[in-house]
Design a protein around this ligand. Structure first.
Ligand SMILES: Nc1ncnc2c1ncn2[C@@H]1O[C@H](COP(=O)(O)OP(=O)(O)OP(=O)(O)O)[C@@H](O)[C@H]1O
Ligand SMILES: [Mg+2]
Length: 267
């Protein structure tokens, strides 16, 4: 009995590692063994196995994106609903700059000193930010669950596993780019006035465009309005968005005017 259970667990772990390690990952692995190992530390694997055992995750299908700080996977969750799993890598360098976006946020008084604790806080921060954005009724992936460096959220894309495109890759799909500009600016304004947040890394790379709707993603660095650098980040978000739409030929308003209006209305 014991042997069968142990064998079962090993089989599950083997299957899990195989699914986490799709062909894109394998290519990368030889160049960047270090980054590979950082995602798949024993603790992360063990947390994923727990989630598979208790049914929060039913199956991890494959990788959507491999980034510097995190990998994102397409998976099935409870009742086999499609979900996205974002796994943050435990990395000392990342933990150093992440602290700057956590310190000064009244929601996170205790950050912890070790890199893993900082990254766990970072993951929790993304979960809480997604929750605030969902409550403000701004389209984003709804957060489902988090544990340590693992975040589960709604998956945006086709049910067959083809994820939504980024706004930067959707230019030819935009029927009325000037209307989309209004929508993005409205999101920035509502993030500030309703979710009480500044995204702080908003650009055409962190907006998904799916079925004529823009979805705000990648919100781990988003800061509370009272963060000492919130206004600086707000100005940068506005500039990034204005630059993107200007470059695709949309006539755009003065970023300073947008900034002043948002601050004026939001307070
Ligand atoms: N909920 C989701 N549904 C579908 N695709 C997603 C989801 N979340 C993230 N992705 C995909 O994964 C990519 C990376 O996600 P995200 O921007 O949150 O992480 P990141 O750490 O910034 O990664 P990168 O360094 O590649 O930008 C996104 O550009 C998008 O293609
Ligand atoms: Mg991103």
């Amino acid at each position: 009995m014991y042997n069968t259970m142990a064998g079962d667990k090993e089989r599950k772990i083997r299957q899990l590692k195989h699914n986490l390690d799709d062909s894109r990952m394998r290519e990368k692995r030889s160049e960047d063994m270090d980054a590979y190992q950082r995602v798949f530390d024993a603790r992360t694997i063990s947390q994923l196995v727990k989630m598979l055992n208790n049914g929060v995750i039913t199956e991890i299908v494959g990788i959507i994106s491999q980034g510097k700080e995190a990998n994102v996977y397409f998976a099935y969750g409870e009742e086999r609903l499609p979900i996205a799993i974002k796994i943050y890598k435990i990395d000392i360098q990342s933990a150093k700059w992440m602290k700057n976006y956590i310190k000064g946020d009244p929601r996170f008084k205790k950050i912890g000193t070790s890199p893993d604790k900082v990254i766990f806080t970072w993951c929790q921060k993304e979960y809480r930010n997604l929750m605030q954005i969902t409550q403000a009724e701004i389209p984003c992936p709804q957060p489902l669950f988090f544990r340590n460096n693992i975040l589960l959220m709604d998956y945006i894309g086709d049910k067959n596993g083809t994820p939504a495109k980024k706004l930067k890759d959707s230019v030819s799909d935009l029927k009325k780019p000037n209307k989309e500009l209004e929508v993005t600016l409205q999101y920035i304004a509502e993030l500030y006035s309703k979710a009480k947040l500044v995204h702080a890394d908003l650009s055409e790379y962190n907006i998904l465009y799916y079925q004529n709707t823009q979805y705000v993603i990648d919100v781990s660095q988003a800061v509370s309005r009272s963060h000492p650098k919130a206004k600086q980040y707000l100005a940068r978000d506005i500039k990034n968005i204005i630059n993107f739409y200007t470059n695709i030929g949309v006539s755009t308003p003065d970023p300073l005017e947008i900034y002043t209006t948002i601050l004026h209305k939001g307070n």
